[in-house]
Ligand binder design. Structure first.
Ligand code: GTP
Ligand code: NA
Ligand code: MG
Length: 342
């Protein structure tokens, strides 16, 4: 049985360090290119499983090993500013699993709670990354593994970290979720794992990724099985690509999308059927919303993936619209069904 990439959405309050955390993993400088440090659009990055194995090291076998490994993670960053609630909702709709990032010194803030409410409504499992642990007063760096580094702190600092973790456990409890620091979690299906991390030093990132991959591989297998069914995706945004005409950044969630496929998407007042002119794929580890010649045209793409679709009739298509492939062999009834559900 082959599994597709799980779609991981990163949610949380503004400036909690979502982009920095992804950046640290990716090793590029997406954040430096963002106007005012705010993520204005949703981007997607693919992390191949080999990269994840490299980062997690010996933890992979302990927390994430599986007979049916995932090919990697497709990670969607979202902005935390309150005006971008629509982008967080869209991220939530696309997600198989989520990372909720919170600032360890601030605990849960307005958009942390809003994000968790979105995930709760959609029943998306999540892990909490308690970021900026390097900023806990008196904290000293020792390791890339948080479980080792935490034990080496002074008694006072250890107590302070524990207090901050329990504040978050309390906040999660009020939202209806039992939780624990990940090293105390006995059953990852019943308790939310809290992983202290630092996007600055990178400590805790191995544990965060191992817990995430472990959760997906051990408990989401069925949902991630590849099948032959019709392709399905989500439109993140529509833009005009120089020389290409109107194009859509989409997340392909299921199936295979081919050049020439007939797709159904939603406009404000109606559903529209159009033909896929070109499929453009960002190269692994690159950021979709800043192409810079990093796209390559392909004849087909298999889920899950973030990609750009060009087609003559995409103007006016709604960001957030579902996208379905219409199989002509299934006839007019199927077309009507798809038109009614987008
Ligand atoms: P939005 O996209 O606006 O929601 O913010 P974000 O959650 O993506 O936060 P971002 O990555 O832009 O980080 C916000 C600020 O916190 C930046 O100045 C980062 O350098 C800083 N920062 C992020 N992570 C850490 C960390 O682990 N330690 C320290 N000391 N600073 C951090
Ligand atoms: Na920011
Ligand atoms: Mg950001």
């Amino acid at each position: 049985m082959e599994l597709r990439q799980p779609v991981v959405v990163v949610l949380g309050h503004a400036d909690s360090g979502k982009t920095s955390l992804l950046d640290k993993i990716r090793g590029t400088a997406v954040q430096a290119r963002e106007v005012g440090g705010i993520t204005q659009h949703i981007g997607a990055s693919f992390f191949p499983i080999d990269t994840i194995k490299e980062v997690t090291g010996p933890l992979y076998d302990r927390l994430a090993k599986s007979e049916t490994p995932i090919p990697g993670l497709l990670v969607i960053d979202t902005p935390g500013h309150e005006v971008f609630a629509n982008l967080r909702m869209r991220g939530g709709s696309a997600a198989d699993i989520a990372i909720v990032v919170a600032d360890v010194n601030k605990g849960f803030e307005a958009q942390t709670i809003e994000s968790i409410e979105i995930l709760k409504k959609r029943r998306v499992p999540f892990v909490v990354a308690l970021n900026k642990v390097d900023r806990v007063t008196g904290w000293r760096p020792f390791s890339r593994f948080i479980s080792e580094e935490a034990k080496k702190q002074s008694a006072d600092v250890q107590t302070m970290l524990d207090e901050k973790i329990y504040t978050v456990v309390g906040s999660l409890s009020r939202l209806g979720f039992p939780s624990e620091a990940f090293w105390r979690v006995k059953d990852f299906t019943k308790e939310i794992a809290i992983v202290p991390v630092s996007a600055r030093t990178g400590v805790g990132i191995p544990e965060l990724l191992a817990v995430l991959v472990g959760l997906t591989q051990q408990f989401m297998g069925k949902r991630l099985e590849r099948h032959e069914g019709a392709a399905r995706g989500l439109v993140l945004e529509i833009n005009e690509e120089p020389g290409l005409g109107p194009s859509a950044n989409i997340i392909l969630l299921d199936g295979t999308l081919k050049q020439g496929d007939s797709i159904i998407v939603a406009k404000r007042d109606s559903a529209v059927q159009t033909r896929v002119k070109a499929l453009l794929l960002p190269k692994p580890l690159d950021e979709m919303r800043d192409p810079r010649d990093k796209f390559k045209p392909v004849s087909e793409v298999t889920a899950a993936a973030g990609l750009k679709v060009t087609s003559p009739d995409l103007e006016g298509v709604l960001a957030g619209s579902p996208l379905y492939v219409f199989d002509k062999a299934k006839g007019e009834d199927e077309l009507e069904r798809l038109r009614s559900i987008v």
